[in-house]
Write a protein that binds this ligand. Structure first.
Ligand code: KG4
Ligand code: ZN
Length: 362
């Protein structure tokens, strides 16, 4: 069985993993090491690119070693090396891809440069063996997209954000309320004890025909409310978080509903199509529950990766590498592949003004 070592360094997680298939062909994660850099960035309230790159340099060798040890493998047992080559922070990408190139050259094994977004997009096939085609909602710190996943390397972007990514909206709201980085989980935590109806924040683009997302107006509304109420009590913060979360969830569900309808129309042959949610924000339980509901109502099955595979990890990169190898889609001249800080999943889609240009993460 082919064993692929994956390396992920596009943002603030240094990660390595080995993935294969078991004797029956079922995907198997043999090891999965994720070293988060949260502590290095928390004092700055967000990811500092130079600090991230240096931390990857320091940590990556040890993380790869740990992944091989957990898999009880020697470097020579690896059949191929997959590494995130973009999109993301250039410093981290250089560290990961160069390390992977050195590893591949030293061992004489193939190198597979991977698009980080493809890692997220193919995760449901690793965890749940979901068949093509499926509809993907990718919500992370740098991206909010709806993508028709037709096959390995075959993606059509149906919707994207016209301003902030959803994770970015969570992170900015957290910062505004002085909640610690990373914002998403802390906003979710504070929202648990808050009243989602206390503030009626806008539901951006709700009801509009275009399928895209927008979250920056919400941020302005949150800022205005926070400024008016200052100084904020703990309950105020919780209520703002709960009301914000309710607003983004409602907006998200409305946007997704359009694409569910389109997917049904374009794939009438699929009796029970699949909606997949992936990316860091997929860890949000309120959003997961709301998606579950609307998918169910539309006759879709919702597949959401386990929480530890929603955020950035190298198992998804190794898996994308394995899928590419098996599909005969490995890059032709991988050793001269340059890291791509911007790298759309769907190269045919027209850019939307401002989309994907913000946020440290991919
Ligand atoms: O996929 P990811 O780990 O990195 C990127 O590729 O961007 O996503 C990170 C993003 C951050 O913006 C973080 O705040 C958000 O996902 N996030 C959450 C939650 N956990 C992480 N947002 C809302 N609720 C959460 N529980
Ligand atoms: Zn990611």
């Amino acid at each position: 069985m082919t064993r692929v070592l994956g390396i992920e360094t596009s943002c603030d997680e240094t990660a390595a993993s080995v993935v294969t298939r078991d004797a029956s062909g079922k995907p198997q994660i043999i090891s999965n090491i994720v070293l988060s850099q949260i502590e290095e960035h928390v004092a700055f309230g967000g990811v500092v690119p130079e600090i991230a790159a240096r931390a990857h340099v320091t940590a990556l060798d040890g993380v790869i070693k740990a992944a091989l040890e957990e898999a009880s493998m020697k470097p020579a047992d690896v059949d191929a090396i997959a590494a995130t080559a973009g999109p993301g922070l250039i410093g981290g990408l250089i560290v990961g891809l160069t390390t992977a190139k050195a590893f591949a050259a030293a061992l004489g094994k193939p190198l597979i440069p991977i698009n980080h977004l493809e890692g997220h997009a193919l995760t449901p096939r690793l965890t749940d063996q979901v068949a093509f085609p499926y509809l993907l909602l990718l919500v992370s710190g740098g991206h909010s997209q709806i993508v028709e996943v037709r096959g390995v390397g075959d993606y059509r972007r149906w919707a994207t954000t016209i301003d902030d990514a959803l994770g970015e909206a969570f992170d900015k709201t957290a910062k505004l309320l002085s909640l610690p980085y990373p914002g998403g989980p802390n906003v979710e935590k504070a929202a648990k004890t808050g009243d989602p109806k206390r503030f009626s924040f806008p539901r951006p683009l709700k009801g509009e025909a275009r399928p895209d997302f927008s979250f920056s107006g919400l941020k302005t509304a949150v800022r205005r409310t926070a400024t008016e109420l200052a100084p904020l009590s703990r309950q105020d913060v919780s209520d703002i978080c709960a009301s914000f979360q309710a607003a983004v969830t409602e907006s998200l569900i409305d946007r997704v509903a359009r694409s569910l309808t389109r997917f049904r129309e374009e794939h009438p042959d699929l009796p029970a199509p699949t909606l997949v949610v992936a990316g860091g924000v997929a860890a949000n339980l309120t959003i997961r529950a709301a998606l579950e509901n609307s998918a169910h109502e539309a006759g879709f099955e919702l597949v959401a990766p386990p929480l530890q595979l929603c955020g950035d990890n190298a198992a998804m990169i190794a898996w994308a590498g394995l899928e590419r190898l098996e599909a005969g889609l490995a890059e032709e001249a991988p050793m001269s592949f340059r890291p791509r800080p911007r790298w759309p999943l769907d190269e045919t889609s027209t850019p939307v003004f401002g989309a994907g240009k913000r946020g440290a993460k991919a």
